[in-house]
Write a protein that binds this ligand. Structure first.
Ligand SMILES: Nc1ncnc2c1ncn2[C@@H]1O[C@H](COP(=O)(O)OP(=O)(O)O)[C@@H](O)[C@H]1O
Ligand SMILES: [Mg+2]
Length: 316
C-alpha cells in the first residue's frame, strides 16, 4: 500500500531535518541531511556505510524519535536466516489451538485447518516492520549488514524490492505502510551492488574538527570549550595514523567523560596515559601510540591554530 502524502513527506525541508536532528542531540551535516530528506521523501531505503563509531546506528534511533514512531531493529550476524529475521511459526500456540479444537469437539476432518494463519506467526523484525499498524510508518534498522551472509543479502533484496513477503501457507503479506529503512555497514566486506542499487547511499566519514567539537558539546555540555577543542584535536591527530581500530565519536565522548570525572581541565600526557583505555582498545594500538611519541602528540593537540570557539557553532 502506498503511503499518503503526509507519510511520504514527513519533513518539510532539509533544514527541517537538520533542526529536528539537532533537537535530538544529533549533529547532521548538510549532505547527510539531504540524503535523509530524499530517502524520506522518495520512500527509498538508506544505506549508510562508514567506520565503526561514526554515528550510523544512531541515525536510525534519532530518525525514529524525530518522526515519533517505533524503531524496529534487526541486528545482523553470521548465520542470520529468515527464521530469525522474518517469522517463525508459533508451535506452542498451534498445539494449544489443536487441543482446544479437540476439546470443542471439532470434526476430525477439519481439526487443524486454520493452524497456519497469520495469528500463529511469531513476527521477527522484518515482518514486524511490514505489518506494523502504528499511526506512522516505523523505522526499520537493519544494522551491520556486512556481518550477515550473502544468502541473507539476496533474501533481503527480495523483501526490499517490493515491501512484501510471501508466506507459502498464507500468501503474500504487504506492508501496511512503507517503513523508513536504514541499512548500515561497517564495511568489513563489500555489500552486493544489487542491494546498494535499491537504496540511497551515504558514506559517513569521521567528523571534521569543528563538527566533532559541536557533537561533543551537544552530548556533553559540561565539557569546557577549551578541553573539548583539545580532545577533538587529539582525536583528529590519532585518526591520521594507521591504527588497527581508529577511535570513533563514541570514544571521543567516553574519553571526554572520563577526563571530566578525573577533574582534568587541560590535556596533558599523564592524563592521556591514564585514560588511554577509553580511546584505543587494542594492545598493539596503544603500543603504536607510545612509539609515535605520546608527549609530542599531546603537545601538537595543545598548539594554537584550532579555534574551538569558532567550531562551537556547527558549520553551515
Ligand atoms: N553527528 C553526531 N551527533 C551526535 N552524536 C553522534 C554523532 N555521530 C555519532 N554520535 C555518537 O557517537 C556514538 C557512536 O555512534 P554509533 O551510531 O553507535 O556509531 P556506528 O553505528 O557508526 O558504529 C553514539 O553515542 C552517537 O550518539
Ligand atoms: Mg552501529
Amino acid at each position: 500500500m502506498k503511503g499518503n502524502r503526509e507519510e511520504s513527506r514527513p519533513f518539510g525541508s532539509i533544514s527541517d531535518i537538520e533542526a529536528r536532528f539537532a533537537a535530538e542531540g544529533y549533529i547532521a551535516d548538510r549532505m547527510l541531511a539531504t540524503t535523509l530528506f530524499l530517502s524520506a521523501s522518495l520512500g527509498k531505503p538508506l544505506f549508510l556505510e562508514g567506520e565503526p563509531g561514526v554515528g550510523k546506528t544512531e541515525i536510525a534511533k534519532v530518525m525514529a524519535r524525530a518522526l515519533d514512531t517505533e524503531l524496529i531493529r534487526l541486528q545482523c550476524y553470521e548465520g542470520l536466516d529468515s527464521n530469525a529475521a522474518l517469522y517463525e511459526w508459533n508451535y506452542t500456540r498451534q498445539l494449544l489451538e489443536l487441543r482446544l479444537q479437540e476439546a470443542r469437539g471439532v470434526d476430525r476432518a477439519h481439526i487443524g485447518d486454520n493452524l497456519f494463519a497469520e495469528e500463529f506467526l511469531l513476527q521477527r523484525p522484518l515482518l514486524k516492520a511490514l505489518r506494523s499498524e502504528g499511526p506512522r510508518p516505523p523505522v526499520l534498522l537493519i544494522d551491520e549488514i556486512d556481518r550477515s551472509d550473502e544468502e541473507f543479502e539476496a533474501f533481503l533484496l527480495e523483501v526490499l524490492s517490493d515491501f512484501q513477503i510471501t508466506i507459502p501457507e498464507i500468501g503474500t503479506l504487504r506492508a501496511h505502510h512503507t517503513p523508513f529503512i536504514v541499512l548500515t555497514s561497517n564495511r568489513t566486506r563489500e555489500v552486493h551492488d544489487a542491494l546498494k542499487r535499491r537504496c540511497l547511499y551515504h558514506w559517513i566519514d569521521y567528523p571534521s574538527f569543528a563538527r566533532e567539537v559541536a557533537i561533543l558539546r551537544v552530548r556533553l555540555p559540561e565539557v569546557e570549550l577549551r578541553l573539548a577543542g583539545q580532545v577533538c584535536r587529539f582525536m583528529e591527530l590519532l585518526r591520521g595514523h594507521d591504527f588497527y581500530k581508529r577511535p570513533g565519536i563514541a570514544e571521543t565522548i567516553d574519553w571526554a567523560r572520563a577526563l571530566l570525572a578525573l577533574g582534568v581541565a587541560e590535556l596533558n600526557t599523564a592524563a592521556v596515559d591514564e585514560t588511554l583505555g577509553c580511546i584505543l582498545k587494542y594492545r598493539g594500538d596503544s603500543e603504536k601510540l607510545y612509539q609515535l611519541g605520546l608527549p609530542a602528540l599531546v603537545e601538537t593537540a595543545l598548539m594554537p591554530g584550532h579555534d574551538p570557539a569558532a567550531a562551537a557553532k556547527p558549520p553551515a
